[in-house]
Design a protein around this ligand. Structure first.
Ligand code: PEP
Length: 251
């Protein structure tokens, strides 16, 4: 199996333009010889600044969300057309903070996924269960539902531009990480769901990242699992000291 690792940083609602520019410049320098696929996803207000820094580098530019409509009377939203204008390549959708704090449901996320794909973006579709769902044996049910509904109406051609990020909600920003074995079990299950929907070949190729308190000291063990193809990193992506060792983990 030769899937390439995809290491992504979600900067969430952090950093000013000066800080973001400095961090992006440091990453461009230090990841220039990196062997994996890389992405950083700053806040909307930082995209123009960071876009200029990562242009012509091996770091992709990501947004953390987009509106479900192309344009119009949608106060406070940001459209795919505006993201394209800033050379954004990838959009993270369905992040658990969008699902649980801002109450985005599967139907809304699916609308955004289809719109982003229609406009040629790569989509990182986040899925993952709450702690009580894990404790009541609903991990597979939740991850299957979020995958199936998130991808409803997405054809096999467009699936090439989809990455799945499995992010157990209880592990995000909490310092608790799924064990490599627990994460692997969910990744293998999600790959089976993709096989059922799109066939074995598509399932063997799709990138499935793990997210949830990935740190320099646990990245290599997680990445060693057969079905874990990269990481979506929150807190540890805000400093080169922590992101570089993750992004350049040693297998
Ligand atoms: C995330 O925001 O996607 C995430 C995984 O955060 P953290 O690494 O801080 O848990």
């Amino acid at each position: 199996m030769s899937r390439n690792y995809y290491m992504a940083g979600n900067w969430k609602m952090h950093l000013t333009r000066t800080e973001a520019s400095q961090l992006a410049q440091d990453l461009v320098k230090q990841l220039g010889d990196g062997k994996h696929k890389y992405l950083i996803a700053p806040s909307f207000t930082l995209l123009e600044t960071v876009s200029a820094v990562v242009e012509n580098s091996n770091i992709r530019l990501g947004a953390q969300n987009c509106a479900p409509e192309e344009q119009g009377a949608h106060t406070g939203e940001v459209s795919v057309l505006q993201l394209k204008d800033l050379d954004v390549q990838t959009i993270i959708l369905g992040h658990s903070e969008r699902r649980h704090i801002y109450k985005e449901d599967d139907a809304l996320i699916n609308k955004k996924v289809k719109l982003a794909l229609k406009h040629g973006f790569e989509v990182i579709l986040c899925i993952g269960e709450l702690l009580e769902e894990r404790e009541t044996g609903k991990v597979e049910e939740v991850c299957e539902r979020q995958t199936v509904k998130g991808l409803e109406g997405v054809n096999a051609e467009d699936l090439h531009n989809v990455v799945i990020a499995y992010e157990p909600v209880w592990a995000i920003g909490t310092g608790k990480t799924a064990t490599p074995q627990d994460a692997e079990a969910v990744h293998a299950f999600v790959r089976k769901v993709i096989a059922r929907l799109y066939g074995e070949d598509a399932a063997s190729k799709i990138i499935i990242q793990y997210g949830g308190s990935v740190k320099p000291d646990n990245a290599a063990q997680l990445m060693a699992m057969e079905n874990i193809d990269g990481a979506l990193v929150g807190g540890a992506s805000l400093k080169t000291d922590t992101f570089i060792p993750i992004a350049k983990f040693k297998s």
